[in-house]
Write a protein of this length. Structure first.
Length: 394
């Protein structure tokens, strides 16, 4: 059994309780030295030779192989690079190619907006009368029909933490002849994942995987399909032989074809360190510890903060590693909570959101956070004028 927490691996500023790892993970302590080494010993000394001698060109698939067991898939099926929005576009474009006679893209109204925006943009770009349909999360299965080309969902609702059942929904999609895409941004590194034969999955590495702001995204393609995919974003590094400089695109072998642009080498040095932490972790133990912390938090908040209403599913097995409470003055309240040493975040219109990451949180952190939040709420500290003006990032 994995022992948690492992606080010695992370830098958490003194006097802070960090409950926002579901949005941006803290920096692993080994990252600064590793990135400095990359800057001085690799970029500094090797210069352009680093692409070969330091292995920069192989990073997207090497790191993909390290992500693969975290999301429950086989090595050779994951590539790292670009942004999550780009990977959503790639997966959706490829999925529509696999179902050319259907026109419906089905999602839910709890999906993260960028996924829906990318779908809208792709629909306009290809101009084949596709339509994006969003329904309530509980209505997804009943909305899958014989015109559904793709079901595209984020496994955990970013606002409420509601957790989709990947097995049941994927089976329903396949039974209707639809392609399944899962966005794992809020589950990769938070719990065991069973994609249940889904064709595609995408995700980011800066949340629970702790690779830093702007860290690259990843894409998974089911191995039996990858050689049939003709990438819509046919970038140079997805070419079968990029340094032959051919005039026309030929897709690379297997998951290599899902590469697009130049790998973000400095950011990938950070990701390498972050992924090393996962080598000996048991995701089942991690999930159990997360549930224990979140249950303790809910009990504490409900006992001391009657103005806050639980917005997440009460059943811990029906939510991800986050807990959300609704409050009409949620933004101001969260700013006051942050100002007093507990960092969570706010999601419109009224959600105060808290993440639970057992790698660096323990029961004493949860109890202290509950005490601070209770003090802010009972004393109505959030009514101070300095908490009323919204920042660009909430």
């Amino acid at each position: 059994m994995t022992q948690f927490p492992q606080k010695d691996l992370f830098h958490i500023p003194d006097g802070l309780i960090y409950l926002d790892g579901n949005s941006l993970g803290p920096i692993p302590k080994a990252v600064p030295a590793a990135t400095q080494k990359m800057l001085t010993d690799e970029w500094g000394e090797l210069l352009i030779r680093g692409w070969n001698k330091a292995g920069w060109m192989n990073q997207p698939t090497k790191l993909g192989d390290q992500i693969a067991p975290i999301i429950g898939v086989v090595a050779g099926s994951v590539a790292v690079g670009d942004t999550l929005s780009v990977k959503v576009f790639q997966a959706l474009a490829a999925a529509l190619q696999l179902n050319p006679d259907r026109r419906k893209i089905l999602s839910d109204n709890g999906n993260f907006p960028t996924d829906l925006y990318m779908a809208e943009g792709l629909i306009r770009t290809i101009g084949k009368d596709h339509k994006l349909i969003t329904v309530d999360p509980t209505d997804v299965i009943n909305s899958i029909d014989d015109d559904t080309a793709v079901v595209m969902l984020t496994q955990v609702d970013y606002r409420t933490g509601r957790l989709h059942d990947t097995k049941t929904i994927t089976a329903a999609a396949h039974a209707a002849g639809a392609i399944m895409i899962w966005d794992l941004a809020h589950t990769a590194g938070a719990m065991p994942i069973d994609l249940a034969g889904a064709e595609f999955a995408v995700g980011c590495t800066y949340k629970y995987l702790n690779a830093g702001p702007g860290a690259p995204a990843f894409i998974y393609v089911r191995p039996d399909l990858i050689e049939t995919i003709q990438p819509a974003l046919s970038g140079w590094l997805g070419h079968d032989a990029p340094f032959e400089f051919e005039q026309s695109y030929r897709p690379g072998h297997a998951i290599e074809r899902m590469r697009v642009g130049t790998p973000p080498v400095i950011q990938m040095a950070s990701l390498q360190v972050a992924l090393d932490i996962w080598k000996d972790l048991d995701l089942n133990d991690l999930r159990a510890a997360s549930i224990k912390l979140s249950e303790r938090f809910i009990a504490g908040i409900e006992a001391t903060c009657p103005d806050l209403t639980l917005a997440s599913p009460r059943d811990p097995n029906a939510r991800g590693s986050q807990v959300s409470f609704a409050f009409d003055q949620g933004y101001a309240a969260m700013q006051a909570v942050i100002d007093h040493g507990v960092i969570g975040d706010f999601r419109a219109p009224n959600i105060m959101r808290f993440g639970f990451t057992p790698l660096y949180l323990d029961e004493s952190d949860i109890d202290a956070a509950v005490g601070i939040i209770a003090s802010v709420m009972t004393q109505k500290l959030y009514t101070d004028a300095k908490y009323q003006t919204r920042s660009r990032v909430t």
